[in-house]
Design a protein around this ligand. Structure first.
Ligand SMILES: Nc1ncnc2c1ncn2[C@@H]1O[C@H](COP(=O)(O)OP(=O)(O)O)[C@@H](O)[C@H]1O
Ligand SMILES: [Mg+2]
Length: 252
């Protein structure tokens, strides 16, 4: 299993990059694929053009509440595992998991603990797991698998989005948070201009550019998904040329 996480300031292209990564992996014949939407306000399902499954948070909430009412002898862990499988929406080319909002009405610590376990096991069934994060890496610090083989940091050419990158890198390097990241790569989204900002150089990270893609803009306005994006769509071409080789090198 190779885990790829995408983080960066809101509006810098995280969800777009996640969706394009799934499209590129699918077209390269890679499978099975899991897309994880870990951004409570994300639109990953819409951008992928699939129906959103029930979120894991709502499921854990519900299961946690019903633990008291389970028939005697019914194993709680088994029950949750069974319900989690229900939460994975299986599409033709990839599966989707929706994390959901974390602030629930109660804290079901036991259910949450079980969830982590099952989630770890579930993810191992996939060749690639692509995670759309909230702006920072907050959710990652809550995950058991605080491990990413590749972290993609999206940024536009603005100072504030580069500062977000800086903050995320600090989290990654903070030993107390115990986040383990194999490789980090900067994705410079050119949608707001294309002069590579000087701050980017200071990170001395590998980077690639994501060109402005009119087709993606149009589809976004119409609420259309990206799964059937033309092969020569510039942003998709960039993901294929720059990201797939990195992903392939991680597999080998
Ligand atoms: N390279 C690009 N070319 C054209 N439109 C883009 C590009 N990158 C992002 N967008 C558009 O910009 C908006 C924000 O992108 P999104 O991926 O949702 O950002 P985030 O997930 O970081 O908030 C979306 O409407 C998306 O379609
Ligand atoms: Mg998003």
């Amino acid at each position: 299993m190779i885990t790829v996480g995408v983080a960066g300031k809101g509006g810098t292209g995280k969800t777009t990059v996640c969706a394009l990564t799934i499209v590129a992996l699918k077209r390269a014949g890679k499978r099975p694929l899991l897309a994880v939407d870990a951004d409570p306000s994300s639109m990953l399902c819409e951008v992928l053009g699939v129906l959103a499954p029930p979120s894991l948070v709502s499921l854990v909430d519900e299961v946690g509440r019903s633990f008291d009412k389970l028939p005697q002898g019914m194993d709680k862990s088994r029950y949750l595992e069974y319900r989690i499988r229900e939460a994975v929406s299986e599409n033709r080319d990839f599966d989707v998991l929706l994390m959901g909002r974390t602030e629930g009405p109660g804290c079901y610590c036991y259910a949450n603990h079980l969830l982590r376990d099952h989630l770890d096991r579930l993810e191992k069934n996939y060749q690639f797991v692509v995670i759309d994060n909230e702006a920072g890496l907050e959710h990652l610090s809550r995950r058991t698998t605080r491990q990413l083989d590749l972290l993609l940091l999206t940024t536009i050419t603005s100072r504030t989005s580069l500062l977000s990158v800086e903050r995320i890198l600090e989290m990654v390097n903070d030993r107390n948070l115990d986040i383990r990241v194999g490789k980090v790569c900067l994705v410079v989204n050119e949608m707001a201009g294309n002069s590579l900002p000087s701050l980017a150089e200071k990170f001395s990270l590998p980077s690639f550019r994501l060109p402005v893609d009119r087709e993606i803009l149009t589809r976004s306005e119409k609420g259309q998904g990206l799964m059937d994006l033309p092969d020569d769509s510039p942003a998709l071409v960039s993901i294929k040329d720059n990201l797939l080789p990195i992903l392939n090198s991680l597999v080998n």
